[in-house]
Design a protein around this ligand. Structure first.
Ligand SMILES: Nc1ncnc2c1ncn2[C@@H]1O[C@H](COP(=O)(O)OP(=O)(O)OP(=O)(O)O)[C@@H](O)[C@H]1O
Ligand SMILES: [Mg+2]
Length: 277
């Protein structure tokens, strides 16, 4: 593979290592994220997907290694210099996290108020209206999150993520908790942002249907490293057992063995014979 340098992609990590409590969650991870494409990060729960994308937006600092955004090193920037960088990024965090006490209107304006000094009411109204139109929710400006469905909340969070016309949008589990139809609405929106606005997307998901649909590239993390990296067809047909078991949602032999062991702990509380007719 060609050597990755700071200009190999819109976001580049070089030998990114993150250690928590003596344990490496990410280990010398190097990747170049291509501009205008959708990169999907998959991998078992706890493998470091959220930790990884938090580094890309400099919410976490590496233990070692470097991170570049459009050729500029960002992992060592002072918090006050990160504002300019984060303005160019939108986030849809795991859990959605709208502000419950604020209307849809104010939720969408949050990044605008944080990063700009736009105060003209008509201009603000127009930003909110146009972003809600993108996600099909113009007219919901005065709603509170409590009065929205789960799918609508995600769409409002997406409208907020694109409020400042970011170049890159990060999604952490965008379809989790949604039914298949509502998940597909989110998938279509992610595709639309790429096609119509040229947005670079980086999405973490467990939802392989979504991953196959939205991705140009799928990267599987495992034990702190990249275990598989390629387009949907490549990943679907990946020869590695761990990759196959993961994408097919199968439990590995090792997992089954571990379950058997921990199962014995309950022997005194649970007797299979109790369930016999
Ligand atoms: N601030 C922190 N301090 C210590 N350990 C952390 C911290 N944040 C994450 N970790 C650990 O890093 C590992 C990776 O966590 P992460 O949240 O990235 O997993 P994930 O792949 O996103 O999992 P999931 O699919 O369940 O969301 C976990 O073992 C977690 O306990
Ligand atoms: Mg996570």
């Amino acid at each position: 593979m060609a050597e990755i340098d700071k200009d190999s992609g819109i976001i580049v990590t070089k030998d990114l290592t993150k250690v928590f409590n003596g344990k490496a969650v990410l280990e010398k991870l190097s990747i170049a994220i291509e501009k205008g494409k959708t990169t999907v990060i998959i991998g078992p729960s706890g493998c470091g997907k959220t930790v990884f994308i938090k580094h890309l937006i400099a919410l976490l600092r590496p233990t070692a290694g470097e991170i570049f955004f459009k050729g500029q090193r960002i992992d060592n920037l002072h918090e006050r210099d990160l504002g300019k960088i984060r303005m160019q990024m939108g986030f849809l965090f795991q859990g959605g996290a709208l502000f419950d006490s604020a209307t849809v209107y104010e939720n969408i304006l949050f990044p605008v108020r944080q990063h700009t000094n736009i105060s003209d009411r008509r201009q603000l109204d127009e930003i909110v209206k146009s972003k809600l139109a993108v996600v099909g929710l113009d007219g919901y400006q005065s709603y509170y999150p409590a009065n929205l469905s789960g799918g609508q909340k995600k769409r409002v969070a997406l409208a907020r993520a694109i409020a400042l016309n970011p170049e890159v949008v990060f999604y952490d589990e965008p379809t989790t908790g949604l039914d298949p139809v509502r998940s597909d609405v989110i998938n279509e929106l992610i595709l639309k942002l790429k096609k119509e606005l040229g947005i670079t997307s980086i999405a973490v998901t467990h939802d392989m249907t979504s991953a196959y649909k939205i991705s140009d590239r799928i990267v599987m993390l495992h034990k702190g490293k990249i275990l598989a990296d390629g387009d949907a067809e490549y990943i679907k047909n990946h020869p590695n057992d761990t990759v196959r078991q993961f994408i097919l949602g199968q439990v590995s032999e090792a997992d089954v063995a571990a379950l058997r062991v921990s199962g014995t702990k309950f022997a005194s509380q649970f007797n299979p014979k109790d369930f016999e007719e």
